[in-house]
Write a protein that binds this ligand. Structure first.
Ligand code: ADP
Ligand code: MG
Length: 411
């Protein structure tokens, strides 16, 4: 069937992209030195004079949003239209460019050049739907697809779930649990169906405004929480055979795309946090710590790890599929180029480097009945071919017999 689906590996490693943001005005005024450099032609970054790290993609200070999207994310979006899950996680200290890169703080007024990953992915999904809605397979069938798309936008704050599409809904007790199909869902959180990109962008902007933010020393509007924007795609793929009297067949593909803007990874003392802020800091670190432990457990090839501590935090429970599970996952490690952030940058590089060892098991999400239909369809096609060959053989034999009889009579 779809060629894009076949191009995707069954087992694939978590990919890691590194992005260095440009120096900000404060760093320029303070005359901070740039302590990062990129090796041309190689996906390598050198921190200081000798700390080299290689990633799947490396983007320097002058990189643009469009290139990052096209090179790292576009194919994941294509995959979701064919039943594959995907996740993009932005990791890094506060002020390193996570929200900018993800586009979690989307504002309709911002210009297209600055658009981050989420708004680009929304547009891409709807453009993809338009082109896939109707496909004419010249030989044997006409296929058309009915798509439904929905969004969810939540925030994990102090290990609590906040529904960003309905922030006043305080009564619901959100539960992150595994449903009967083995998928992790957030029960109680709003899921809004969407029909056009503008609708999804409006929800993204509303959610961004609703995000709980607090100022820290490093970034005035820094987010102290993990924001997870999810796109759900469902595709009913209908096959109408061109042969008369043949039945219509269909299959249903479902997928989800998580866009995760993680909270700042900096150590608590750096933000001079006290009181309430300190409490936030501790639980933010709890989510990131648990994420780090899962990454270590999954990526450690030397020893056989039997237990991955997904249940240690809501964040890791929610991202269970994305790490070691059924998802194509990209981590974008965001860093500052300035020497004053050297230690934080080194921590980010080490953390992201470990994620490269994680192997995910990517599978198409096809419902059981349509899976049966697909295998029956293949069987029917094989039988039809066999029948055709048999008929041709029969025809050839009868022609031969006819000739033979005519010849006998003539003799
Ligand atoms: P984080 O979410 O990691 O705390 P932000 O995304 O909010 O960081 O980025 C901090 C500031 O730096 C913002 O003003 C943002 O616009 C700017 N910024 C980050 N990355 C880039 C970039 N690649 N190019 C231009 N400005 C950037
Ligand atoms: Mg942010």
């Amino acid at each position: 069937m779809a060629t894009e689906t076949e191009a995707i590996d069954k087992e694939c490693l978590v990919r890691v992209a590194l992005r260095i943001r440009p120096q900000n005005s404060r760093e320029l005024i303070d005359m901070c030195r740039v302590c990062t450099s990129i090796t041309p032609g190689e996906q390598q970054i050198v921190l200081g004079s000798d700390k080299a790290f290689t990633f799947d993609y490396v983007y320097g200070m002058n990189s643009n949003q469009c290139d990052i999207y096209n090179e790292c994310v576009g194919r994941l979006v294509d995959g979701t239209l064919h039943g594959y899950n995907a996740t993009v996680l932005a990791y890094g200290q506060t002020g390193s460019g996570k929200t900018y890169t993800m586009g979690t703080g989307f504002d309709k007024a911002s210009d297209d050049y600055q658009l981050g990953i989420i708004p680009r992915a929304i547009r891409h999904i709807f453009a993809g739907i338009d082109s896939l809605r109707f496909e004419n397979n010249a030989t044997d069938s006409v296929t058309n697809s009915q798509f439904s798309v929905a969004v969810q936008f939540i925030e994990l704050y102090n290990e609590d779930v906040v529904d960003l599409l309905d922030p006043f809904n305080k009564n619901t007790s959100f539960k992150i649990h595994e449903n009967e199909n083995g998928q992790i869902t957030v029960a109680g959180a709003t899921v809004k169906p969407i029909h056009e990109p503008q609708e999804a962008l409006t929800f993204l902007q509303q959610g961004a405004l609703a995000r709980t933010t607090a100022s820290t020393k490093m970034n005035d509007l820094s987010s102290r929480s993990h924001a997870v924007f999810t796109l759900f795609v469902r595709r009913k793929h209908i096959f109408e055979p061109k042969i008369q009297n043949s039945d219509c067949q269909f299959e249903t593909l479902t997928s989800k795309f998580h866009f995760v803007d993680l909270a700042g990874s900096e150590r608590l003392k750096r933000t001079l946090a006290t009181g309430e802020r300190a409490r936030e800091g501790i639980s933010i670190n709890c989510g990131l710590l648990a994420l780090g432990n899962c990454i270590s457990a999954l990526g450690d090839r030397s020893k056989k790890v039997s237990h991955v501590p997904y249940r240690d935090s809501k964040l890791t429970r929610l991202l269970q599929d994305s790490l070691g599970g059924n998802s194509q996952t990209l981590m974008i490690a965001c860093i500052s180029p300035s020497d004053r952030d050297f230690m934080e940058t080194l921590n980010t590089l080490k953390y992201a480097n470990r994620a490269r060892n994680i192997k995910n098991k990517v599978q198409i999400n096809q419902d059981q009945s349509s899976r049966t239909i697909s295998s029956m369809r293949r069987e029917i096609a094989a039988l039809q071919l066999e029948l055709l060959e048999y008929k041709q053989e029969l025809f050839a034999t009868s022609i031969f017999n006819l000739h033979y009889r005519v010849e006998l009579r003539l003799i």
